[in-house]
Each structure stands twice: as structure tokens, then as C-alpha cells.
Write a protein that binds this ligand. Structure first.
Ligand SMILES: *Cc1c(COP(=O)(O)O)cnc(C)c1O
Length: 382
């Protein structure tokens, strides 16, 4: 054991002195001015690094970035206006025409669209494989970048990230991992050898479904490259007020994740006893090395006798909607995602079962959630 303070203690007052305000200020400004010509000139020449313009740097956003780098055990972080802002920045800064990318099947649908509709037409070769196939020695030979999620979206397939990192290193392949499901409390990919972590901070990091945000955590040199290549030109910077909401959200991350986990444990135990539930997908501690906790986002597969629209409409506490990780419990039947129009989407291409239903277990009373779910399921079983 080290004497490094616990996560909860570190999140209490990261921004400064023990006296004074208990919350950080919101630097709600677009620009920063300089006292004299010399100071302005030095900043423009890159000799100092005071904030200049909020599209690139803002103290409230920097505070959130520092907190995320600390939590993920990374050297630096850079925040974006959404999870997809973070993902697209990482992909656009690190992937070049002519490169070969290995991507997990069941990747987040908009990351899939980015690879298919922008990267592939620009001359990037993208191939998809099950996440656990990437742990096979040699599986990433010939690839430049591996784009990972573990657990994957909707299906929650998992793999040993440390093993993938070793396979990638042997192949000289850079790894990018979306850690939104686990949060740094339940999986720390950089410590397992992954190069770049991306998050949709709209989910558990925010925790209140009131913010859309994203962040990338990596080595100082990779983050500097990402900042330089994306913030000035693509401009998808996180806004100061959103950063402030995220700092507030992070301070309750530990108790929130404990409660999500307790409710998920209760569901997983009881779902196992229901004849209408044919499969439960809810990765828990040590299902693979590196995952140390269960989150509140899980999927189940339902027997043919269950009328899924009736189940969804019969629930009182679970609401129908995308996203997850906030206070309120949500349900997303895969049968709805599969009907999404447009070009073939990830769920269709990689064969998500139409009997799969995703639940985001929120912070409501666990017993009331269970009573609601069990009752609606019984009523929907013909
Ligand atoms: C929601 C989500 C994203 C996208 O994040 P936004 O903040 O909505 O842009 C990316 N990855 C995963 C796993 C997600 O669930």
C-alpha cells in the first residue's frame, strides 16, 4: 500500500487551498487578456502557457482534465464537447490514410459510423473482430491502431485488456480504449498497458444526465499531440460550465458507483432465477483481469414468450431512452436499435439479438426497481 489518498479524498478538494470556497470558480469567459505587450508576446510565442482563448484552454476545463488524468493514472487529459468529440479527436489525430485499424465488433454505433463513413473513404482500412479475439498472440500483427471497448456496447462482451495491450505492443499497434462503462473506478486501462483512454463523460462521470462531454487521457506527449492537432482546428472544446458540472459529478462518483453496483448485484442474483431470462450480460469483478467492479449498465436476453414492447410499456420506474449512467433507470430494447434507418448499422452488422434488452439501473430504490421489473415482466409473458 502507498500513502496516496483514496479516490474519494482526492476528489474532495483538488483545486487548491484548504480555506475559501468549497467549489471551484467557473471561468465563464471566451478570452483572457495580458498585462503588457511582453506578456502577450511571450504567450503567443509559446514561451508561457497562460490561458489565451477558451477554445484551446480554460482553467475550469483544465481542472476537470487534471481530475480525469489523476483518476485514470495518466499523465494528461484533454476534454471535448462530447464523447464523440473525444473519440473523433483521438481517431483523427492518430489515424492516417493507408493505416490498418482493428476495431471491436459491437463498438459504440457512432464510433462505427465514424470509421465507416469518414475513415474508410479517406483510405483507412478498418477490420472488425470480437474483442476477445484480440488477446490471441499475433491477432494484431499488421495493424497500426486497435480501437477497443470492453465491455462492448449493448452486448457487454469483455476481454483481458492487459493481454490485448501485450499483443498490440508486440505488433507495434497503438491502442485506444473506450472506458465509459467501467469508469476509472472499475477498470484502469493505462495501467494495463493501453495507450489512450477515451470516455463519454455524459454517462457515469457526469452522473446526472445533464451534460454532454468527453475526455481523452494518455501520456503527456500523446495528449499534447491531440490538443495541437484537434482543438484549434476542429474546435470541439468542452465549455467551462459543463466542466464545472462534471467536477461536481465526479465528487460523488465513488458513492454513486457503489450504489449502481449494489443494485446491479441484486438484479443479477434475481434475474438468474427467472425462466423468461435466457441470458444475463453483466460483467462483474474479475470476470476478466482488470475489471474490479460491476456497473449499473447490463443486458439481458428474453425468452420468446416475452412481449418486449409490452414489457417496456409496463414499466413505471424504467423509462425508454438512449444514453445511461444518470440517476434515472432506463431501458433500451435492441429491437428498436435494429430498426434504426439509414445504412446498415453496427447492431445489424454484428448480429445483436432482437431478444436483447439493455437496462441502465439508476439510483432509485433497488427493491422498488426490482418489483417494477419483475411485475412488468410477468405481465408481458404470454
Ligand atoms: C454514449 C457513448 C459514447 C458517445 O458519447 P457522447 O457523450 O454521447 O458523445 C461513446 N462511447 C460509449 C460507450 C457510449 O456509451
Amino acid at each position: 500500500m502507498t500513502d496516496r489518498p483514496s479516490v474519494a479524498t482526492r476528489l474532495a478538494r483538488p483545486w487548491g487551498s484548504p480555506s475559501g470556497p468549497v467549489t471551484p470558480p467557473i471561468h465563464q469567459t471566451s478570452l483572457f487578456t495580458f498585462d503588457d505587450y511582453a506578456a502577450f508576446e511571450a504567450r503567443m510565442a509559446g514561451e508561457t502557457d497562460e490561458p489565451l482563448y477558451t477554445r484551446v484552454q480554460n482553467p475550469t476545463v483544465s481542472e476537470f482534465e487534471r481530475m480525469m488524468a489523476d483518476l485514470e493514472g495518466g499523465e494528461a487529459a484533454v476534454a471535448f464537447a462530447s464523447g464523440m468529440g473525444a473519440i473523433s479527436a483521438a481517431i483523427m489525430a492518430l489515424i492516417r490514410p493507408g493505416m490498418r485499424v482493428a476495431c471491436v465488433e459491437h463498438v459504440y454505433p457512432d464510433a462505427y459510423r465514424l470509421l465507416e463513413r469518414m475513415m474508410a473513404p479517406a483510405g483507412v482500412t478498418v477490420e472488425y473482430m470480437p474483442v476477445d479475439a484480440m488477446t490471441e498472440p499475433g491477432a494484431l500483427d499488421g495493424y497500426d491502431v486497435a480501437y477497443l471497448e470492453s465491455p462492448t456496447s449493448m452486448t457487454l462482451d469483455v476481454a483481458d485488456l492487459g493481454a490485448i495491450a501485450r499483443v498490440a505492443k508486440a505488433a507495434g499497434c497503438l491502442t485506444i480504449h473506450d472506458n465509459s462503462w467501467a469508469t476509472p473506478l472499475h477498470q484502469r486501462p493505462l495501467e494495463l498497458g493501453i495507450d489512450v483512454v477515451v470516455h463519454s463523460a455524459s454517462k457515469y462521470i457526469s452522473g446526472h444526465s445533464d451534460t454532454v462531454a468527453g475526455v481523452v487521457v494518455a501520456s503527456a506527449s500523446l495528449v499534447a499531440k491531440l490538443r495541437d492537432l484537434t482543438l484549434p482546428m476542429l474546435g470541439a472544446k468542452l465549455a467551462p460550465f459543463e466542466a464545472w458540472l462534471l467536477i461536481r459529478g465526479l465528487r460523488t462518483l465513488v458513492p454513486r458507483m457503489r450504489m449502481h453496483e449494489a443494485t446491479a448485484n441484486l438484479f443479477v442474483d434475481r434475474l438468474a432465477g427467472l425462466r423468461q431470462v435466457t441470458r444475463v450480460r453483466s460483467p462483474g469483478p474479475n470476470v476478466v483481469p482488470g475489471i474490479t467492479g460491476r456497473s449499473g449498465l447490463l443486458s439481458i436476453e428474453l425468452a420468446d414468450g416475452v412481449d418486449i414492447p409490452r414489457l417496456a410499456d409496463g414499466l413505471r420506474h424504467f423509462r425508454l431512452g438512449v444514453s445511461w449512467g444518470g440517476f434515472e433507470s432506463l431501458i433500451v430494447p435492441a429491437s428498436i436499435s435494429l430498426r434504426q434507418s439509414g445504412e446498415k448499422n453496427a447492431a445489424q452488422r454484428f448480429g445483436v439479438s432482437p431478444r436483447l434488452v439493455r437496462l441502465s439501473l439508476g439510483l432509485e430504490d433497488a427493491e422498488e426497481l426490482w418489483t417494477d421489473f419483475e411485475g412488468a415482466l410477468a405481465a408481458a409473458t404470454g
